[in-house]
Design a protein around this ligand. Sequence first.
Ligand code: GLO
Ligand code: MG
Length: 346
Amino acid sequence: MAKPTVYRFCAGPWNFSEGQDPYGPPTRSPQSFDWKLSALKELGFEAMMFHDDDAVPDIDSKSSAQILKEAKELRKRLSGEGIVAEMVAPRLWFAPQTVDGAYTSNNKKHRQYAIDRSKRSIDIANVLGTDILVLWLAREGTYLREAKSGTRSVEYLVQAFDAMLGHDPKIRLAIEPKPNEPADVAYIPTIGHALAIAQLTRDPKRVGALIESAHAILAGLDPADEIDFAMAFKKLWSLHLNDQNGLKFDQDKPFGSNNLRVAFNQVRALERNGYGRRGEYVCFDVHPFRTTRPEHWLKHLGNSRDTFLRLVDKARSFPEAKAQALINDLNYQDLDQLVLNHLMGR
Ligand code: GLO
Ligand code: MG
């Protein structure tokens, strides 16, 4: 039998957010990058995720040489702290050029901007020592369906992915699907869409996925099924665990906060597929509640990790033989109760 996985944890600088939402300003004073880095260490997390401009602030105003120089300085700082860069993601939803989408913008120059910026992100990933470029396709969709052609948008996405794959023979693209927000309707809403579009690229084996629990729930899916599906293709390269209370704005709640059973099934899916055995990290894309006081600033991350590890114990101690006997007997009524009793501690 394979040894149990020892999970390693990761978060991004944006996961130490200050409490702002579309209806109100921050509720905690902004902190420096160094504060966030030491917070991550204090938590005992081993890796950090980076947007390109988390790694190199004001990236659009800098030359390639300057970007590489700053990325190298960051790498030194990270290795001084013993923290690894898990991935880099081009932030393609802030710039004026991405107002109507990045790779799928109707404007040719803006599409080129998105591709060029993605190539710079790959260069940063190289310097930081990660081969994963995460693509959260925030605005690749429409606010109004008549505004774009869906087929042409697929072609644009493939062209952009091909340009990235051609830029670096080692880079792997991990698409992070989300069905909506900020777009009304996104072009790559689920893992199925991500893995299907991978097949149209010049190197399908280097195009995989990142699953975020909340995004799957927003698509009306069970995140555990999304995990199983991606892992059946050996294409789950990163993970954003969190929670979400139904079909509303993206909440990024602590893992397990809303539905412990759905969280348990995600952990079971990770365990049965050996997630983490090929160096993958467990990342929490969670935010503190807006009401959180500064002295409790790290709780949402620590709590998510604690819940995750307790659910790992629950997955490993699940009475599999009893469950199998009930499955064989089609006694799903008692199987249901077996799961509930196990989660409730008896
Ligand atoms: C938002 C996404 C976002 C991405 C991050 C990495 O809904 O989850 O947080 O994960 O920007 O690209
Ligand atoms: Mg995410």
